[in-house]
Design a protein. Structure first.
Length: 180
């Protein structure tokens, strides 16, 4: 059991700030929030003393292109090889965690790198948030985000694209983004 001692704990928008608390964590789950001087906090195998700090729930970034530099760059400035896309993705995910983001929803990236990053983060290869990937977004020829490889025109091509994405993902966290 891990106990995190904190001056203030903010649970959610409905609750008041809690003062002088310990957050009890067993594995990957928060099991309780108790007074900092409670017996359960003292009995924890490991204690992090974060008094003087405020603990908030993890934030969710619902729109990030994990494998790109962003920052107003044009597509032509964003084309990267797979290794560079992985490097950029790891940096973007590390930044997200440093800002308190514990879950990101990818809003379009290259399939291979974003799925690899999802798996690496999940197995702890680097410190990163949980990744809910879209991979290549479905778009028309030369449509928005076409460079990620999701171009399809007509019902048959759309069905083929969706089937291909489903096979690649093989994971319930994958979702589909459609753009025009």
């Amino acid at each position: 059991m891990l106990a995190i001692l904190s001056s203030l704990v903010y649970l959610d928008a409905e609750s008041a700030l809690l003062e002088g608390r310990a957050i009890l964590i067993d594995g990957e789950r928060i099991v309780d929030v108790v007074a900092a001087d409670a017996p359960a906090a003292a009995a924890a195998e490991r204690v992090l003393d974060w008094r003087g700090l405020t603990v908030v729930p993890g934030l969710i970034d619902a729109h990030i292109h994990i494998t790109t530099r962003g920052a107003g760059k044009l597509h032509e400035e964003m084309e990267e090889d797979v290794e560079r896309a992985l490097e950029i993705g790891r940096a973007n995910l590390a930044n997200a965690v440093s800002w308190g983001v514990t879950t990101v929803r990818d809003a379009g990236s290259w399939n291979g790198p974003v799925l690899a990053l999802r798996d690496e983060a999940a197995r702890g290869a680097f410190v990163g948030p949980r990744v809910l990937p879209a991979g290549a977004p479905l778009t028309t020829t030369r449509g928005h985000l076409y460079w990620f490889g999701g171009e399809a025109n007509g019902p048959a091509a759309v069905r083929k694209f969706v089937a291909r994405q489903s096979e690649r993902a093989a994971h319930p966290s994958m979702w589909a983004k459609l753009v025009s």
